[in-house]
Design a binder for this molecule. Sequence first.
Ligand SMILES: Cc1cc2nc3c(=O)[nH]c(=O)nc-3n(C[C@H](O)[C@H](O)[C@H](O)COP(=O)(O)O)c2cc1C
Length: 222
Amino acid sequence: MDAIRFDMPLEEALTTQRAVRRLKPDPVDDALVLRLVELALKAPTGSNAQSWEWVVVKDRAVKAQLARRNRQAWSIYGWLGRRATRGDAKMQRLLDAVQWQAEHFEEVPVVVVACLRGVRPVFPPVAATSYYGSIFPSVQNLLLAARAAGLGAALITLPLWSTFSVRRILGLPWNVTPCAVIPLGWPVGKYGPTTRRPVGDVVSLDRYGNKPWKGRAAAGIA
Ligand SMILES: Cc1cc2nc3c(=O)[nH]c(=O)nc-3n(C[C@H](O)[C@H](O)[C@H](O)COP(=O)(O)O)c2cc1C
């Protein structure tokens, strides 16, 4: 395999990374997948515990079982989502992409499942925060690295509606929790740009609700 390069400017990767669900069935080299996970592991974890476990799924039979779980959740979520967003063309397009992924899940070349050792603590609430906070930064690293490598990827959770079942499918012990699923492959279409709310709408100054930058982008602020 040619040397893997991740030299895309950070701002370009951040602004064009997005959920890419339509993927070609063409294979992705193991070395590239492992490098993505290696870069994911540069993320922070609570107490630097690094209690993650990663499962790279390439076996079609295993993918088919995850696909089944995904379709089960989609059959409800999709129906509700389509109804709730009738008349919203953008949301309908997003749901079309989710549906495409549900219908082609087995053909995706690689599905990465990010897991954590332990089960989600219930109390105190901050323990749950730092539990999930110890996996999602790494997942975002992986998504950005995939973007820089020209791969398509999306963070999805619909297949995890039954963690019991996913533990069984992947052979995970009871004390390893699947937290995120990332189908990976070469994209059918193009990346980004993404649409997001203006920064000034979501940032308060000093106290919640004080929004002096409302409606504005960072570039428009002196
Ligand atoms: C916690 C979480 C769970 C998600 N679960 C799913 C999912 O099950 N299926 C799916 O297609 N997308 C899923 N997404 C992807 C979101 O729909 C996507 O990030 C969002 O629509 C923004 O997409 P964009 O970056 O392309 O604009 C999930 C995202 C997050 C953060």
